[in-house]
Design a binder for this molecule. Structure first.
Ligand SMILES: Nc1nc2c(c(=O)[nH]1)N[C@H]1C(S)=C(S)[C@@H](COP(=O)(O)O)O[C@H]1N2
Ligand SMILES: [Mo]
Length: 193
């Protein structure tokens, strides 16, 4: 983990972000029933899969400590995320050569797109525990993506479907002038489109 904060970021205590209003899609957290919860992984892959919550918890998990940077300038540091490496899922579904990008769809209607290459980094997780506790709904539980080197709008909360695609496309904030690549170390906030 990097000791420094990325350019243009300031640290806030972790507790504060519960009070931050995310100008997302819906005002309340979506209600998710774990009995009926599934995650679907499809698109440009050899083996599309749908996993139940029980199935998902059987996958090998690891804990990764990382900082979390919102494009609005706040960062929370040293979060311990537990979850499944995105790589693990990649090995299961076997992306075709044509797969270049990945679309994340969430229960609140939110979407974000990432380069498949960016998701290969070892610290990219599909996470369900934070600092030793089950991830609460207000922080994206039961399952969220965590991509520490990208601004947090890439860290999709309440994931329900992951689709590998040939073509680049844009998600919720990427359509609203924010960067597709969103590299926190390059201060890469806006698309310039
Ligand atoms: N599904 C979904 N995921 C989302 C968002 C959202 O509105 N809906 N907001 C994004 C933004 S802008 C931020 S800063 C982080 C907030 O995560 P936190 O609640 O853990 O701080 O979630 C990201 N993921
Ligand atoms: Mo954000």
């Amino acid at each position: 983990m990097n000791e420094k904060l990325p350019p243009g970021q300031h640290e806030i205590p972790a507790i504060l972000r519960w009070n931050i209003d995310h100008p997302g899609i819906i005002p309340e957290n979506p209600e998710i029933d774990l009995e009926n919860w599934t995650i679907m992984v499809d698109g440009e892959v050899e083996k599309p899969i749908t996993l139940s919550w029980h199935d998902f918890l059987q996958l090998p998990s690891i804990e990764v400590k990382s900082d979390f940077h919102c494009v609005e300038g706040w960062s929370v540091r040293k979060l311990r995320w537990l979850g499944v490496k995105f790589n693990t899922l990649v090995h299961m579904v076997k992306p075709k050569k044509s797969a270049k990008h990945v679309l994340f769809r969430c229960s609140d209607g939110y979407t974000t797109f990432l380069d498949l290459r960016a998701l290969f980094e070892e610290n990219v997780l599909l996470s369900y525990k934070l600092n030793g506790k089950w991830l609460e709904a207000s922080l994206g539980g039961p399952l969220r993506l965590v991509v520490p080197n990208k601004y947090a709008y890439k860290s999709a909360m309440w994931i329900e479907r992951i689709t590998f695609t040939k073509q680049i496309s844009f998600g919720y904030w990427e359509k609203r002038k924010y960067s597709y690549t969103a590299d926190v170390w390059k201060n890469d906030r806006f698309s310039g489109r």
